[in-house]
Design a protein around this ligand. Sequence first.
Ligand code: NDP
Ligand code: OXD
Length: 312
Amino acid sequence: MEKSTLLIKPDPECESRWLAAMAPYADTVAVRLWPEVGAPAEVDFALLWAPPPGLLASLANLQAVFSIGAGVDNILRVPDLPRDVPLVRMVDKSLTEGMGEFVVYQCLRFHRGFHQYEAQQIARQWKAWPQTPAAQRRIGIMGLGELGGYAARQLCALGFTLRGWSRRPRAVGGVETFAGSGGLEKFLRGCDIVVCLLPLSPQTEKILNAKTLAMLPPGACVINAARGAHVDDAALLEALDRGHLKAAALDVFNEEPLPKGHPYWRHPKVTITPHAAAFTLPESAAAQVVENIRRHRRGEALSNLVDREAGY
Ligand code: NDP
Ligand code: OXD
């Protein structure tokens, strides 16, 4: 069978890793690295994070678009994304396990008050905080998909009391589940720590706003590892400053990199990481991209297709 041509546009620092990871599949795919597109009509598949304007429209024979990320908001917002070309999101153990580590770490940090000890060390303050049993800490995960479902199971294994919120009703062992806009308030009212792992869509944009943050119990902590646009920054800062919320750990921001003058940088209750909760590792993800290309060539359905109506 003729080789397929795959155009890859990764983050510049990952270019050589993607090339090396694809090398064992040279019998199936000929790789082109953006911006060396060659003859655009020869490109069968594109693998990218955010397409530059006009790129997708120029690829006349494109058969599928693969996202390097789990979130496809960057791709769905591109006006020249062809309607009839399948869009595939990233589901990979590098992302799932990385996100599990990030969420468990941040939850343990807030649960045991380690964020307070970090501040106390700078102030040379010796003060121990009471220890609460994990079972008495209610952690709520917004989004019970690949990442949220995995994080929930990891936290359950540590003995926490888990609840989760999704668009459609879901059953996850050991997790009390809530669904849809009708289930949101009940879900939020029982979260000592809430973790956002939702895809960004018109339905989830600014989902953490003044009204929903007020539904959290006093002293709750917020972790956002999904997209910055899930949070109304002014409302979050107000809830922290007023003392309604105890702390926030934010990995994603409305503007990235976070502007130097943003109040989050110096806020004593906010911890920042630079959109680094989890990465797609080419060494892990290349095989499944190639497997999906092979499926397409055999006329089989692609795995991890995005439902464009739902927006994820
Ligand atoms: P999935 O598509 O597997 O899961 C999404 C979950 O969110 C599902 O449970 C879905 O509900 C739920 N959901 C979607 N829309 C709504 C809604 N309107 N109301 C309630 N629940 C909703 O996504 P992943 O778990 O793979 O990824 C989640 C997000 O994490 C990505 O979209 C990305 O933005 C972010 N991410 C961030 C990273 C980082 O480094 N910070 C790394 C990787 C991903 P249902 O089950 O009913 O479909
Ligand atoms: C993703 C991300 O969506 O890294 O994969 O944010």
